[in-house]
Every structure is written in structure tokens, then in C-alpha cells.
Write a new protein. Structure first.
Length: 1040
């Protein structure tokens, strides 16, 4: 293997699954102590919903803290039994009752209540829901904040859009008639002057001062023809009479009048300023000039009902509508974006809108109108953010908890006082059902694409602009789908589907990370005075905008780090100027930085046409794992990284030595840490998947790469998976290809293949098919799994065992019986003869029909596994399965006990052999084994196990050794007790039977492995988008 022209990279590529794992860990915060939990975790939802008080204000249910139990089953077990891999959420709740006399809440009952089962993420970033692996795709949506836009055509020429995290969108527009108004989610337009009056700025002059620049001028300095607008009332100082209500134009009132009234100073706004012009025009068009009228009108517009008598109540409603976090929630992100866009200094904790924000937004819109502001680019990644798993589930928890809160309030009112406890108030089914429905119905929760390790990894790193709160395919225009300069190093410009979703579904690049606000960051190396440093900064698009950034392949002196050449191409503010090396601020970390893992597997990608590279990266995900994986001759160096991070290969968790290997497991002996246990050798067992079935029916099969005695380091690859070879991704085969016509068989992208490929099994793959049989309770009695089928020949039953289930290893073809099953037939009026037969043979002669599961047409293969799940206890099949499971549990326990005893014997032998006895050595029954003065030899322990020997007396001089021996015996007893306890727990679980859907008594799953060879009609493709369909498999001698 030779690496060509590979540059050392100073910055390690992050784990490719980090997006999913980190986000989910942040939602649960299991390792964080309760007092330090953040409000982005479930803790935040509890704080938002609790305390809950009933309508009579008699009870208050308060939240203290929560904990999460570890999942009871493994993901594999959940897949086998069609269950959900989940963890139980418990919350410590405190119920307080109001004391009628003091009016305080007191006498609390505090207890832990079970809230729900949270579907739990596996180590590979997936969820197992009802036995099926699913993944939650990250959503890319418009970030909360404020956006300034201009529309060339149409009425509203200028507009500011306020987008909250939750709540109605608010639009502020300036139309052709210079009217500036506010529209809330398609309601009627409210003039700005009227809006500000309604929220508490009752005087017109205050509104002008807020929104436009005003100044005070001396009357004696005026000429009288200035385009000034006096913003306040003109008052006769002597009489106190208002002559003219402001605002009023200077030319309308006349300079002489001001002088006559002895007014020395006036406050004015300049009408030549377009902003003043707009506000004055709006004021003139606003019919309602008074405060009360404004409140009533705005209230009616927002609520569609007449305002209440009490004006304060109406004003409170209006203020809450815009400025309370419940109705109009900006969130931390929204606040951050508002501050950034409007240059405010409000702390990030203020997650609602403030009246000052509205003022700033209107002023920014007026600046846009004057041409002093740039409009925002909504497709820039600084204005789009990622909602990952954690955030999407957080929203789901809010919805579920809101329902729960409603139910708790009802229960508080309805139940009697004495028996009320927090546990009785909470209904866990409600929350669990709400979460499960999200996982099964939501568009972003998808069936995991598991064709090969790459497709699985890509699916978890996908970003979708669709889904709840996102775009739809129909409304998304060309701009949203297009590649944008801000995508550089964040979103892959290549990997996106062809078809109606193009550009809406994208993929994260190899180095991209997500910051705390959900914006995408990319790492860059700092450049100082033309020298590249090792300092790395991760920049978001809005931070990057002001820097000049050079590409990763810029020539750099390897020793000094100086950028070579007189000029360098850089990217700067969406353009690509040539600058001097001293002007460069940053340089890219790596050339792979701008593509996704899929595209990074294409060698010589820089020479490919983008459209073809797109097909190439998409087609690698369709590759079926082959019988004999083969890594590419020309790779890119990303093959190892992708195989490791996809979670398909087995990696060592710690350093250690391999002590046992077979096809099903690897056992590592690892160094002991912490309290020294004398007996327990710390071993780690890695179970390997054999003949597993993926979601797409492809084979998941792990093969060990290590041998007994090998020393392994943490993170080393110990076993290969399907489509990997020696820890490298191996999706296809290295073939010899000729580009020549061949009798018209390869016309229009068709491919002629040599028969040799079939003989050598080059493109043979294994697929695992699952067949399920449910045994149900019917109206006429239960169905039954049996070998005793009506009108079926012995020949057809040859592969079935005594219970009527096909044996593992049997070769099956279409029409063969996999599971024999009979169903009771509909009853009819019986003849006396039949009655007599039924009376004699009771059950035997009951009418049944054959409803066996047979192999469907077109399927041949070998049965590789049978799983029987049963709720019944009494039928022969259940008894047999239970017995087998119990025997297996006993066998495991016996093996573990034997191992402990062997260890014990070995350790005691090492301590005592050769020691001289000062008292006779006896068995526990008192029989003498060795007399006083004799030496202990190793033969003794071959005949008598140390457990049977009495070491309680001081039999040798060395008491330290004796103490160690006694310690070992105690420890062995303790270990054996643990082994037996574990076995008893397993037995209990086996006795209990399996959880099955209602009405189902038994469930049998049969797995059939099928070999599929290359055939005409199959698709073959390379990594560069060169694809074709096999048109003919030509004999070897006919090949050119």
C-alpha cells in the first residue's frame, strides 16, 4: 500500500457520528449532576411546565430533579423481539397543598414518579423502534431573527421580517404610498404609529423621537423656508392654548407666528430625510390619533373580537402578544441573531422580544429604505441553522408534557384529597405514546438505510430542509436549492439527490461541526504576517465573512510555514480576489474540508465533472456487500476513517491482550484498575454479529482479524464487517474494463460481462430474508404450530422438526413449508356420525385448515436462524423453547463457576505449595489430608478442590499467606453468589415469557440466507458516475 502526495494535517477529523451522539447526550445530560443541568436538556422542559396548579389553586405539583435508568435490554434483543430500545425516565415530584388560613402551600409529599420510556440512542447513533432501526435526520431551517428584504415588484417594496423560534411571524413593510405598517400572520395591517401608541408611547412626538433623528433649533437662526417638521404641539405660553397639534410643517405654521408666540426653540425633523417623510406620511394616513382608539383597534385586529371595557386589560393583552416569552419566543438563538443584526447589547437570557427591539427593527427598515443598509441573503448559512435530534425531541417533549399538565390539572380537581400523591397524578402512557408516535410518523424520523456502512453513515449525517417547520418540495424555489459560497467547508456541494429533492437534502462535510446555536462551523488555520500557524479556529459563516481565506493547497514552505509566491487566491465576501500573502487571515485545514465523506472516497475528484461526481457519490451508497470484499487499488485515505466511524467494524475499547477468538466472539484480557480483585481477571467480551439482517436485507457479518496472544491498543480494529477488508471500506471490486463496442450489446450504457466473474463469485452477495408467523387467538379457538398438517405429504414435512418449524441449515425452495400452522375452521351443523367421532376423539378430529408459512415464489436459500417468541406456557413448543433457554442459562452459569474455581485453585496453589504444616490439614468434614510437619504439594489440589479444605485454623507459620487464601475463598463465594443471582434473574425472565402485541400468542421468525449472483439487468457503476446495466454475460472464450 503506498500513500502518494499525502500532506500531514494538523487538525484531526472529528468523529463522523458526533452530530447525532452529542446532540442526544445534551438532551439527556445523564452524567451531569442535577443542579448543573442546562435548559436545553429535559430539565428545561420540566422547568417550563412545572409547577402545575389546579384551577382552584388548591394543589401545586413541583419538580425537583430527574434521573434516567439504563436500558433494560440490549439493542440486539430489542430487534429480535420487536421491542423499543428505551430507558425509563423518573422525576422527583413534590405535591403541596394550600393552607387555607395562611394562604401558603405546605405539607409536601415528595416521591419519584415514573414519567415515560425514552427511546434511547444506540452507540451507532440510531434508535430501535418496535424492533426496527430508525434515524432522526437533522433539519436545516431558517434561523429565528430579523430579515430585511426588498421586493422590486408589488406593493410592499421594503420589508423587515421578524421570525421567532415559536410564535407568529411579524412583517413590517413600507408600501408604495410610503405607509409603514405591521402585519401579524396574515391579519390586517397596523400603521406603525398606531402600534407604538397601543404599546404605551401615547404622545406623537415620542414616537417621532423613537423612530427618526430629531434636533432642537433656535427660532432666530431659521430662514423660514427650511423643509422642517415640528414634532411637538405649538402652544401659546401665556394662555396655555394649543394652537396647532404637532407634528406640523414649519412652512404651514410660518416663522412669524413662532416669533409672535415668543417661542425661542423648537424640536424638528428634516423632511428631506426619507425616513421622516415615511413616518409623517404614515401618521397622516393613520385615522386613529388617540391612545384609547389605538389600543381598541390593535386589540380587535389581533383578536378579531371587540376590546374589553377595561383598557388596561386590552393593553396587557397587546403587550403579552408581542413581548411575552409564552406567546412570542425568540429563544437564545433568536436573541443572538437580533443582537448581531441590529447591533444591540441585550443579554442572551432575554428570550422574548422587547419594545426596544421593535424600535430597532423599524429604524433598520428605514435605513434599508434610505439605502444605508444591505438586504439579508436568506440562503446564507449564517441565516439557516441545524436542528439536531436533541432539539427535535425537546420540542416533542414539550408537546407531550403540555398534554400531561392538562391531565394532571383534571386529576387534581376530580380525585379525593386524602389519597392524592404525585404518582397518581402522572399518566406515563400519555408521554410514552406521544414520543413513540413521533418516532413512527414524523417525516424526519426515517427507516435507516443500511445497504452498506457508507449508506448508514451518510444517512446519519444528512441535513433536510423539509419536515415540520421547514420547506416543502413544491414551494422551494431555485435559490434555496443552489450551492452558496457560505456552504464552503460546511455543506457538501456534490452529495445531494437527483430529482425533486435536489438541494433540499444535503450532507455535512467531513470537518463540519455545529455550534451551540445550531450554526455550522468549519475549522481554519490562522495565518500571521504570511506565516501559517498551528492555531485552529472554528468559524461560523457570519464570523468568516470578514476574513480573507486561502485554500488548503496554497504552496507553503514545509519548514517555516511561509506562504510561497507573490500573490494568493483567497475567498473574501463571496468573491475571489488575488492578495499578497501578508493580507491572508486564514488557510483551510485540508482539501477534503469542502466535501462529504461519500464524495471524499472519489479519487481525483478535482478532475471530475460535478454532475458526474454527484452520481458517483450517490451510487456508492447503493453498493451491495459482496462475499469477498476487496479494497480499491486507488483509494483516497478516507476508507479507514469511514469504516471506523460508521460503527460497523469492531474496535477495542481499551488496551489488552486477546485470550480467546472464534467466529462469534473475541475475549480481551485488560489491565486491572482500581480496587485489586484477586480472582476476577478483568476481561472484555466482544460479541460478533453472524448472518445478521440489515434493514435492506443485506448481510451483516463480522469476521475476526486478531489472533490469540495479540496485543491490541484502544481503538484498534479487531473485526471486519460486511463491505470492509482489514478495517478499510471495500464497497466493490477491481475489474479490468475495456471501452470498445461489442456487437451492439453495450449500446447506450449497457455493459458486457465475462462469465469468469460468475465462476469466481466476484459479484455474489448474500441477502437475508425474514419470514414472520403469528399465532393468534381466533373466535373459534387458538391457532397452533404443529407438524400434523391436514393433507400434506411426508415429503413436504421432511425439513420440519417435531414442533413443525423448519430446522436450521435446511435448503428451501419456493413452496416449501417454513412453519406448519393450523387454524380452526368455521363450525357447521354436525351429523350424528361426526358428533360420535368428536365425542370419542374429543379435540383430535376438530376441523382445521392448513395456514402454514411457505417460501414465496422466486426465493431459494438456506435457513440460518429461527427465533421463537411465546406468551403461552402450556403448549409443547413453548415448553421446549423455555427448556432450551433455561438449559443455556444454566450452562453459562456452570461455565462461569468452573472458571472461578479453576482460578481459585491456581492462585491457592501458587501461595501454598511447598509450605510446611504446623497443624494437620483437614477437609471441612474433619478428614485428615496431610499431617503436621508434612509439606503441601500440588497433587493435593488435583484430588481435593480448595473449596473442600478447611483453612480456618492457623495451619502454617506464614499468617499473611493464610489471610490471602481466606480472602480468595471469600471472594470466590461472593463471585459464585453473583453468578447464581444473575442466572436466577435470567430464569425469571424466561418464565415470564415474551412481550407480544395483543391477540398474538406466539411469534416465529425464520431467517433465510439467499445467494444472489450477478445477472442481466443488474447495475454496475464506478466511483465517477460511470454507470450501466449488465446486458449480456458472455462466455470467457467470446470476450475480446
Amino acid at each position: 500500500m503506498k500513500r502518494l502526495s499525502e500532506k500531514p494535517e494538523p487538525y484531526e477529523m472529528p468523529n463522523l457520528l458526533m452530530v447525532q451522539l452529542q446532540s442526544f447526550a445534551q438532551l439527556l445530560e445523564e452524567k451531569v449532576p442535577p443542579e448543573k443541568r442546562s435548559k436545553k436538556s429535559i430539565h428545561g422542559v420540566f422547568q417550563e411546565i412545572f409547577p402545575i396548579t389546579d384551577i382552584h389553586n388548591k394543589y401545586s405539583l413541583e419538580y425537583v430533579e430527574y434521573r434516567i435508568d439504563p436500558p433494560k435490554r440490549t439493542p440486539e434483543e430489542c430487534k429480535e423481539k420487536s421491542l423499543t430500545y428505551s430507558a425509563a425516565l423518573w422525576a422527583k415530584l413534590s405535591l403541596k397543598k394550600k393552607n387555607e388560613e395562611t394562604g401558603q402551600f405546605e405539607e409536601a409529599i415528595t416521591q419519584e414518579a415514573y414519567i415515560c420510556d425514552i427511546p434511547y440512542m444506540t452507540e451507532r447513533g440510531t434508535f430501535v423502534i418496535n424492533g426496527v432501526e430508525r434515524v432522526i435526520v437533522n433539519q436545516l431551517h431558517r434561523s429565528p431573527g430579523v430579515y430585511l428584504e426588498t421586493e422590486a415588484k408589488g406593493a410592499a417594496a421594503y420589508k423587515a421580517l421578524l421570525v421567532p423560534y415559536r410564535g407568529p411571524w411579524v412583517e413590517i413593510t413600507i408600501d408604495g404610498s410610503k405607509n409603514i405598517g405591521i402585519t401579524v400572520s396574515k391579519r390586517r395591517k397596523i400603521p406603525v404609529t398606531r402600534f407604538f401608541r397601543a404599546i404605551g408611547y401615547s404622545r406623537t412626538e415620542d414616537i417621532f423621537r423613537l423612530l427618526v433623528d430629531t434636533r432642537k433649533v433656535k427660532v432666530k437662526d431659521l430662514r423660514g423656508d427650511e423643509p422642517y417638521l415640528i414634532i411637538h404641539d405649538i402652544v401659546n405660553k401665556e394662555t396655555g392654548v394649543v394652537l396647532k397639534e404637532g407634528p406640523v410643517k414649519l412652512e404651514d405654521i410660518g416663522l412669524q407666528t413662532l416669533k409672535d408666540l415668543k417661542i425661542s426653540e423648537i424640536e424638528v425633523a428634516n423632511l428631506d430625510d426619507p425616513a421622516v417623510d415615511v413616518i409623517y406620511a404614515t401618521y397622516r394616513q393613520d385615522r386613529i390619533k388617540g391612545e384609547e382608539g389605538a389600543i381598541g383597534n390593535v386589540y380587535r385586529t389581533l383578536r378579531y373580537t371587540p376590546p374589553p371595557e377595561d383598557k388596561e386589560e386590552a393593553r396587557k393583552y397587546i403587550r403579552d402578544f408581542f413581548f411575552s416569552p409564552q406567546k412570542f419566543y425568540m429563544g437564545e438563538v433568536g436573541r443572538f441573531k437580533l443582537n448581531l443584526r441590529l447591533g444591540l447589547k441585550t443579554p442572551l437570557e432575554v428570550e422574548n422580544l422587547e419594545p426596544e427591539d421593535m424600535v430597532s427593527v423599524v429604524r433598520a427598515l428605514l435605513r434599508l429604505y434610505k439605502g444605508e443598509e444591505q438586504e439579508d441573503d436568506v440562503d446564507d448559512l449564517s441565516n439557516r441553522r441545524v436542528r439536531s435530534v436533541g432539539e427535535l425531541l425537546y420540542e416533542q417533549f414539550r408537546i407531550a408534557f403540555a398534554r400531561l399538565s392538562k391531565l394532571i390539572k383534571e386529576r387534581m380537581v376530580l380525585s379525593d384529597d386524602a389519597s392524592l400523591t404525585p404518582r397518581k397524578l402522572v399518566n406515563p402512557r400519555l408521554v410514552t405514546a406521544s414520543l413513540l408516535s413521533y418516532f413512527t410518523t414524523e417525516r424526519l424520523s426515517q427507516f435507516l438505510d443500511q445497504t452498506n456502512p457508507l449508506s448508514e453513515l451518510t444517512h446519519k449525517r444528512r441535513l433536510s430542509a423539509l419536515g415540520k417547520g421547514g420547506l416543502t418540495r413544491e414551494t422551494a424555489g431555485f435559490e434555496v436549492r443552489d450551492v452558496h459560497p457560505s456552504h464552503y467547508g460546511r455543506l457538501c456541494p456534490i452529495e445531494t439527490p437527483e430529482g425533486q429533492n435536489i438541494g433540499l437534502i444535503t450532507s455535512l462535510t467531513t470537518y463540519a461541526k455545529i455550534d451551540r446555536f445550531g450554526f455550522l462551523m468549519t475549522p481554519l488555520r490562522k495565518v500571521k504576517n504570511g506565516y501559517v500557524t498551528d492555531e485552529i479556529q472554528e468559524l461560523t459563516p457570519h464570523e468568516e465573512a470578514n476574513y480573507k481565506i486561502a485554500p488548503a493547497d496554497t504552496p507553503v514552505d514545509p519548514k517555516t510555514g511561509k506562504i510561497l509566491g507573490d500573490t494568493v487566491w483567497v475567498r473574501y465576501k463571496g468573491a475571489y480576489p488575488l492578495v499578497k500573502p501578508e493580507e491572508v487571515d486564514f488557510i483551510d485545514v485540508s482539501p477534503r474540508q469542502l466535501v462529504s465523506p461519500s464524495a471524499s472516497l472519489i479519487p481525483f475528484l478535482e478532475h471530475d465533472d460535478a454532475n458526474r461526481a454527484l452520481m458517483g457519490s450517490n451510487m456508492q451508497r447503493q453498493a451491495v456487500p459482496l462475499l469477498e470484499p476487496e479494497p480499491p487499488i486507488v483509494g483516497t485515505g478516507m476508507e479507514k476513517k469511514i469504516a471506523r466511524d460508521s460503527g460497523s467494524v469492531v474496535l477495542a475499547r481499551t488496551n489488552g491482550e486477546v485470550v480467546y477468538v472464534d467466529s462469534k466472539k473475541i475475549v480481551l484480557k485488560v489491565p486491572k484498575r482500581g480496587r485489586k480483585s484477586l480472582l476476577e481477571e478483568k476481561t472484555e467480551v466482544y460479541e460478533l454479529t453472524k448472518f445478521g439482517r440489515s434493514n435492506q436485507n443485506t448481510l451483516i457479518n463480522q469476521r475476526p482479524l486478531v489472533r490469540v496472544g495479540d496485543k491490541v491498543k484502544a481503538g484498534q480494529v479487531m473485526a471486519d464487517a460486511s463491505a470492509t477488508k482489514n478495517g478499510e471500506l471495500a464497497l466493490g471490486k477491481n475489474l479490468l474494463v475495456a471501452f470498445i463496442p461489442w456487437y451492439g450489446y453495450n449500446f447506450e450504457d449497457a455493459i458486457v460481462v465475462s462469465e469468469n466473474l460468475l465462476k469466481k463469485d466476484t459479484f455474489t452477495s448474500i441477502h437475508i430474508l425474514e419470514y414472520e408467523v403469528e399465532v393468534r387467538e381466533t373466535k373459534l379457538g387458538p391457532e397452533e404450530i404443529t407438524r400434523d398438517l391436514p393433507n400434506v405429504s411426508e415429503e413436504e414435512l421432511k425439513n420440519l422438526d417435531d414442533n413443525g418449524i423448519v430446522r436450521i441449515g435446511a435448503e428451501v425452495k419456493p413452496g416449501d413449508i417454513l412453519v406448519g400452522k393450523v387454524t380452526p375452521k368455521g363450525e357447521r351443523e354436525l351429523t350424528p356420525e361426526e358428533r360420535l367421532i368428536y365425542a370419542i376423539f374429543s379435540e383430535k378430529a376438530k376441523d382445521v385448515r392448513d395456514t402454514s408459512k411457505r417460501v414465496p415464489p422466486g426465493v431459494t436459500g438456506v435457513v440460518v436462524d429461527v427465533v421463537v417468541l411465546s406468551r403461552r406456557k402450556d403448549d409443547p413448543l413453548s415448553i421446549k423453547v423455555t427448556r432450551e433457554k433455561k438449559l443455556e442459562a444454566e450452562r453459562r452459569a456452570e461455565a462461569a463457576k468452573k472458571q472461578v474455581r479453576e482460578k481459585l485453585k491456581q492462585k491457592i496453589k501458587e501461595l501454598l505449595v511447598g509450605e510446611k504444616l504446623k497443624k494437620s490439614l483437614r477437609t471441612r468434614e474433619g478428614r485428615i489430608l496431610k499431617r503436621q510437619g508434612e509439606k503441601i504439594d500440588s497433587e493435593l489440589f488435583e484430588k481435593f478442590h480448595p473449596v473442600k479444605i478447611n483453612f480456618e485454623e492457623d495451619i502454617i507459620e506464614n499468617t499473611e499467606k493464610l489471610e490471602l487464601v481466606r480472602g480468595l475463598l471469600r471472594e470466590a463465594q461472593e463471585l459464585e453468589r453473583k453468578i447464581i443471582d444473575r442466572m436466577n434473574m435470567e430464569m425469571e425472565q424466561i418464565e415470564r415469557g415474551d412481550e407480544l402485541p395483543p391477540g398474538v400468542l406466539q411469534l416465529v421468525k425464520v431467517y433465510v440466507a439467499q445467494k444472489r449472483k450477478l445477472q442481466v439487468g443488474d447495475k454496475l457503476s464506478g466511483r465517477h458516475g460511470n454507470k450501466g446495466v449488465v446486458a449480456k454475460i458472455a462466455p470467457q472464450e467470446d470476450m475480446p
